[in-house]
Design a protein around this ligand. Structure first.
Ligand SMILES: [Fe+2]
Length: 306
């Protein structure tokens, strides 16, 4: 069966948990993982403030989809250069920008619960983003699909989608709400020889304990609200020491795994978003409600025991 653009998961997106298990780890005291920045420069500023204030050995990883709403050459270049000063893995947005392969559309691998209209809008957003990316797009394809860190003696696999694929939805809050989803997450943690998988891509956050196997830490979006009635993004922080003010915090061995709020300047970001994507545009139709009101999802649902 040939799947529609935006629905498929290209073969080149696949790696599998054993690849994560074989990946050499870099060691830090504190790791920040920010997926789904979506071209929000205000969220980038706030994230860098938080990261810069961290003491000790540290790393910041942008685990994909750092571009999306930044369909202006200057905005795109600003995001690109900031990300380039830290570590990154590519998301489906960066991969598709680099490949110029329209067959995958936005490469999101959208599941059934996302409507055809939304998938079509995403594909058109990606096409507009190509114009802003210009020659910089090619370099994005050289970014890795995954990285592994070691924090407080624990291996932390960093991916965009799930343990199998760059655009996998296995670590979405929807799949992790099922017994099959939990069983698959446990197998993935074991297969990846990691006790934490830091992921993103599915747009809603979940900090899912898998008991002795470890933890799935999906940050949702760094550059968009993640909860009803809120206006902040989220990033995952893993550290030898806790940071006050975490929205959610759990321990995996000696590592503190936290969901940290990225409380960006909402008014300034909304102004820029509306300049780039005015009423009637594809991104306005798909995201304006969420940017202003947050999604229909609550913080209590994002913290899940084994
Ligand atoms: Fe994604």
């Amino acid at each position: 069966m040939i799947e529609a653009p935006g629905r498929s998961c290209p073969v080149s997106y696949r790696y599998g948990a054993p690849a994560l298990a074989d990946c050499a780890a870099f060691e830090v005291e504190t790791l920040w993982v920010a997926g789904g920045l979506y071209g929000n420069r205000c969220a980038l500023e706030r994230l860098l403030e938080l990261f810069d204030a961290e003491p000790g050995e540290k790393a910041l990883v942008f685990n994909g989809d750092f571009h999306w709403f930044d369909c202006d050459a200057a905005d795109f270049a600003a995001i690109d250069s900031a990300v380039g000063r830290h570590l990154a893995t590519r998301g489906n947005v960066e991969t598709e920008l680099a490949q110029r392969n329209v067959a995958a559309g936005c490469g999101c691998g959208y599941p059934d619960w996302v409507s055809d209209a939304e998938v079509a809008r995403s594909n058109r957003i990606l096409e507009r983003l190509r114009g802003a990316a210009g020659a910089q797009a090619r370099a994005l394809g050289a970014l890795p699909m995954y990285r592994v860190a070691r924090v407080a003696g624990e291996r932390v696999a960093i991916v965009h989608g799930d343990a199998d694929s760059l655009s996998g939805w296995g670590f979405s809050q929807e799949r992790l709400a099922t017994p099959e989803g939990i069983a698959a997450a446990r197998a993935a943690l074991r297969g990846a020889r990691s006790r934490v998988v830091a992921c993103s891509h599915t747009c809603l956050p979940v900090l899912q304990s898998c008991g002795d196997f470890g933890m799935i830490a999906n940050n949702g979006a760094a550059g968009m609200p993640n909860f009803r009635g809120t206006r902040f993004g989220l990033a995952t922080r893993v550290s030898v020491r806790p940071r006050p003010g975490a929205l959610h915090a759990v321990r995996v061995g000696r590592a503190h795994v936290e969901a940290q709020a990225i409380a960006y300047d909402h008014a300034r970001w909304l102004g820029r978003f509306l300049e780039l994507w005015p009423q009637g545009s594809d991104a306005y139709e798909s995201y304006h409600q969420r940017i202003v009101h947050g999604p229909a999802y609550d913080p209590l649902r994002a913290l899940r025991a084994a």
